[in-house]
Design a protein. Structure first.
Length: 287
């Protein structure tokens, strides 16, 4: 009985070691690949890394030897080894798009994760190249993610392209939306100008009735502060007033008044008449 309990105890202690896994993450950003390698335990590791590897980070003592086309990173023995670096040699460009080409990173089996760059997609199904087939293809909301569990083949090849460079429909839709927005703007502007013109033609109507009509039509579809400014100008002689008088009469700050006057100018309801450092504001209507 005691021997059985003791054996179970050692099995439990060994379980984390058995479950420990080596992982490799590859994130493509523009033409570079950010590499993050994580080994649970190594002894006499010799890792072949690209000759252009930069921003190298290793969480233990190591030796680095340079060769003509690659480097060898040596680590004697350690637990939880982490290696990070950046390279551009894993990306190749062709007339058909881009290729991620990875030779086996280590002799040990590894769980490998590849993050394609934002805006990138795998090419059409008939032409898609993912060798060997990934165990899982998903997304993190911004990028396509491919995973290989316990990878022990010699090489990974993935072809991809950018949808914003290959899809003409995308640009066509954007162009149509822009044109429609411009047409809607000019249509609404023409209708508004016609309404103002009608108001001017009613000026000969009786004084009390005329003011009510103009006030109702001019302030229609305006924001609250814009309505108050227009209503204030309607009470002034010749429908005009100095900006400092408007600030006092309407009870609005100088900064806020400036924004509202700019909006009313764009809608062609008022006109600024400069006098030195002061402006006179007048209601207008183009015929």
């Amino acid at each position: 009985m005691e021997k059985g309990i003791l054996a179970l105890f050692f099995i439990i202690l060994a379980l984390p070691i058995a479950l420990a896994e080596n992982t490799a993450n590859y994130q493509i950003v523009d033409n570079d690949v950010l590499i993050d390698l994580d080994f649970s335990s190594v002894t006499s590791l010799e890792l072949k890394i690209p000759f252009d590897a930069k921003a190298l980070e290793v969480n233990t003592n190591y030796e680095l030897k340079d060769f003509s086309s690659y480097k060898i990173l040596k680590v004697n023995s350690t637990e939880n080894l982490k290696i990070k670096y950046i390279t551009s040699t894993l990306i190749e460009k062709s007339s058909r798009g881009y290729f991620f080409i990875l030779n086996r990173p280590a002799s040990e089996k590894m769980n490998i994760t590849l993050y394609l760059p934002e805006g990138a997609v795998l090419v059409d199904a008939d032409e898609s190249i993912v060798i060997p087939s990934s165990d899982k293809i998903s997304t993190d909301g911004r990028r396509i993610v491919l995973k290989w569990n316990n990878f022990d083949d010699e090489q990974i090849i993935v072809s991809y392209e950018f949808i914003n460079k290959s899809s003409k429909i995308y640009y066509l839709l954007i162009t149509i939306l822009v044109i429609l927005s411009i047409l809607v703007y000019y249509f609404q502007s023409a209708r508004f100008k016609q309404r103002i013109k009608s108001l001017v033609e009613r000026r000969r109507v009786g004084k009390g009735k005329r003011k009510d009509i103009i006030k109702e039509d001019l302030t229609k579809n305006l924001f609250e502060d814009e309505k108050r400014i227009v209503e204030y100008l309607l009470t002034k002689k010749d429908n005009e007033s100095w900006t400092k008088e408007i600030i006092k009469g309407v009870g609005i700050s100088k900064v806020k008044l400036s924004r509202k006057l700019r909006s009313l100018e764009q809608k062609e309801i008022i006109k600024r008449i400069p006098y030195g450092n002061e402006n006179k504001i007048r209601l207008i209507a183009k015929k």
